[in-house]
Design a protein around this ligand. Sequence first.
Ligand code: MV4
Length: 495
Amino acid sequence: MNKILIANRGEIALRIMKSAKEMGIKTVAVYSEADRNSPHVKYADEAVLLGPPPSAQSYLLGDKIIEVCKTLGVDGIHPGYGFLSENGEFAQAVEEAGITFIGPKAHSMKVMGDKLSAKEAAKEFGIPLVPGTEGAIEDPKEAIAISREIGFPVLIKASAGGGGKGMRIVEKEEELEEQIHSAISEAKSAFGNGAVFIEKYVSSPRHIEVQVLCDSHGNRVHLFERECSVQRRHQKVIEEAPSAILSDELRAEMGAKAVDVARSCNYLGAGTVEFIMDESHNFYFMEMNTRLQVEHPVTEMITGVDLVKEQIKIARGEALSFKQEDLKIHGHSIEVRVYAENARENFMPDIGKLRVYQRPHGVGVRVDDGFEEGMDIPIYYDPMISKLVTYGKDREEARVRMLRAIEDYKIVGLHTTMEFAKFVMEHPAFISGDFDTHFVNKHFKPEYLEADVAEEGEQVAALISAYLLNQQSNKGINPSEKQAKQNSKWKANRL
Ligand code: MV4
């Protein structure tokens, strides 16, 4: 593979290009009119404009992207996450054009894209599933009988949903039939597929997912878990690896089950198997994400494996260079998603310019971003500015380092979710590791945030006055005094 096209934008496009560069592979960026000046466009060896800002006229134009590949002699496409990454038809079209799709086969995407077929495939391999109906509900009477057996509350889920879309909780038997009917019609209009099923509702689950890698020679490994329970309306906000609550035995068991889920759909490449875990530490398979995930860096930090490089090597037909026994967890990593959102205003997306943008640095800090100072955050796409990742010898070091990195990260011009992340990092439930997917609803109120230091005017004013003070402090003092000041600065720097 000599040249790959990255069918994505922002931080993930840059992230992928960095690994390609280290492998001596040329890169091609694609971009929309909103992203003309983006770092991912400048970083690539070549860049091609796809069209106007809306995704449907740019990053989702699969056929156009394939044409670009043919013109430029591209031999591999990396889809990143979102956009075309889990589109089986696109993966198929790429392969048919004689280009390597850096990801799983269309078949795996199709099996895992439908929640019922995913459960069916997993069941054959003895993967633990939440009790519920088998297959789509044909007769509400049958569904009522099963719900009575497993007990209320139950959850109605759309087979074509996923990531929390098309779910509804039903508390009482009397409400079930009506809820089933509206769930079916909603699923029909939202997904073009009215298949729904029922599961017992696990009331306080943790979201724990397992990273897997599978090559084309039948080798499959897991790279341990990521804890993603701190989320808001199915939008993950903070992730970490490893989970604070898994024993080595449980970890090995979940890892083995995740590998079996991958086996059940003949998986190729990097994938993520999502489980929920109840208070008694029973775990159940939920879904498999057939792509590189946003939160993959925390796994890279604790394993030392570059997941993008592994994806490319697997796509080239190489065998994995390590076995399960070779993989060990080293230390702990936490990721904070920095969104252009205002946590005081119900996490409303905040539009504006990155007037000041200064990244944190230092030991154990990684920033994956796709913007530079002076840029606008486009309104057309996900409002994620960056991923702030820390690493430490243990969870506490990673946590304290995250607080330091948040403090060092200077963003002026927009509200971001960093102050919310600080709140989480300092919360006793997060510190103790005793939290579930209800963390945000249970523990967070906007009033808990510190006084609004993010107010743009105030921050700009503070920066200006700091600058003026600094200027003044070098004026009106005699030269020897100035020299003494310089000396002490220099000494301080030497330490
Ligand atoms: C559940 C559940 C409770 N019981 N299934 C939401 C996303 C999708 N992947 C699965 N989801 C859930 N399925 C049963 N039987 C609770 C959730 C859930 C959830 C799961 C993971 C992370 C965050 C969540 C937030 C709300 C609900």
